[in-house]
Design a protein around this ligand. Structure first.
Ligand SMILES: Cc1cc2nc3c(=O)[nH]c(=O)nc-3n(C[C@H](O)[C@H](O)[C@H](O)COP(=O)(O)OP(=O)(O)OC[C@H]3O[C@@H](n4cnc5c(N)ncnc54)[C@H](O)[C@@H]3O)c2cc1C
Length: 319
């Protein structure tokens, strides 16, 4: 059994569910699971951490931590590590996790396995898998020697169990000196979209160039709404101005690992697969039976997406 610390990412006082995935997986594996919250006023999230399995919740609260900066958050997390002496520290492979953990790795002089798609343990040792070469190969990663083990895990890679709402917790304050850091967040510019982000949804409905117009994406939005999913897009669709870049899935877009990925009118170029091939179930809709996407699809629907997608939406609404 290891002493394990999960960095719980939050924005505006709302925690990312991918952080809870890590807490739940660590607790299920029988580890002494601690959660750490960092921000200006974050201790209110302690109860949720406990409901997913955290045995103890710690908060590094400071007005200067209101907005994320790499150096201040890394220093806060390093302080938590010094105070708690965990053997393992986990974070989600989100834009924040991707930025924070290499910084922390350098500060703590510890190894980091990033963008892992599985989380297993051999006693107190992490046993991880991480995709390489756009997902064409998978590396099995273990840490050699002793010392702190750091890892980031792709959101949705593990799955989220139901919380135990009978549990509650109070965060223990950790006093960490974060003065003297150089980074400063001047402004946060939020995107106009209110739709869920592709990296956070357990269902993603993506469309390609074949949608032809931005308005036509409405049929994918209707399906996404019916399944409470997010809408993604291929780069060709984004380059054609049909969707914003925030929705792009792939090598030069976002990497997703949802429980269900529906690709409508997407050919399945290697650069697109790099962003979605670790999805648990892949449904492809394409009029070309030879489309490469069918090679990795669990369910292949050969047909015109303009007929197939509304038909699926109608059936789901009936259910
Ligand atoms: C360096 C680099 C990075 C890249 N990064 C990315 C990336 O991050 N993400 C990404 O997606 N791409 C990326 N690409 C581009 C990638 O190579 C492909 O060009 C792109 O993914 C193709 O998008 P598409 O499938 O929408 O379009 P197309 O290749 O044009 O495919 C359209 C598909 O729709 C089907 N179709 C047409 N009409 C219908 C219909 N009515 N009903 C059903 N099916 C229909 C066709 O049979 C076809 O398979 C990158 C390329 C490079 C070189």
């Amino acid at each position: 059994m290891a002493k394990l610390l999960v960095f719980v990412e939050q924005r505006d006082g709302k925690a990312k569910k991918s952080s809870f995935e890590l807490i739940a997986a660590a607790a299920k594996a029988g580890h002494e699971t601690h959660a750490v919250l960092i921000g200006a006023s974050v201790s209110g999230l302690a109860g949720e951490c406990a409901q997913y399995g955290a045995q103890a919740v710690h908060a590094v609260e400071n007005a200067s931590l209101d907005k994320y900066t790499s150096d201040a958050y890394a220093k806060a997390l390093q302080g938590a590590i010094k105070a708690l002496s965990p053997e393992i520290v986990l974070a989600s492979h989100t834009p924040m996790g991707k930025d924070l953990m290499p910084y922390l790795s350098a500060l703590c002089d510890a190894g980091l396995a990033s963008d892992c798609t599985s989380l297993e343990f051999d006693g107190a040792k992490l046993k991880l898998k991480r995709p390489l070469y756009s997902g064409k190969a998978t590396a099995e990663v273990e840490f050699l020697g002793g010392g702190l083990q750091l890892a980031t895990i792709r959101p949705n890679a593990i799955g989220l169990p139901k919380p135990d709402t009978s549990k509650s917790a109070t965060a223990t304050a950790l006093s960490v000196d974060v003065s003297g850091t150089k980074g400063k967040c001047l402004e946060v510019q939020k995107g106009a979209s209110t739709r869920p982000d592709v990296t956070e949804s357990s269902i993603v409905v993506s469309g390609g160039r074949s949608l032809k117009t931005a308005e036509n994406f409405k049929i994918l939005e209707e399906l996404a709404d019916a399944v409470q999913g997010a809408v993604g897009a291929s780069r060709a669709a984004v380059d054609a101005g049909l969707r914003p870049h925030r929705d792009q899935v792939g090598q030069t877009g976002k990497v997703v690992a949802p429980q269900l990925y529906i690709a409508a009118g997407i050919s399945g170029a290697i650069q697109h697969l790099a962003g979605m091939r670790t999805s648990k179930v892949i449904v492809a809709i394409n009029s070309d039976p030879q489309a490469p996407i069918f090679q990795i699809a669990d369910y292949a629907i050969v047909g015109d997406l303009f007929q197939v997608v509304p038909a699926i939406t109608a059936e789901i609404k009936k259910l």
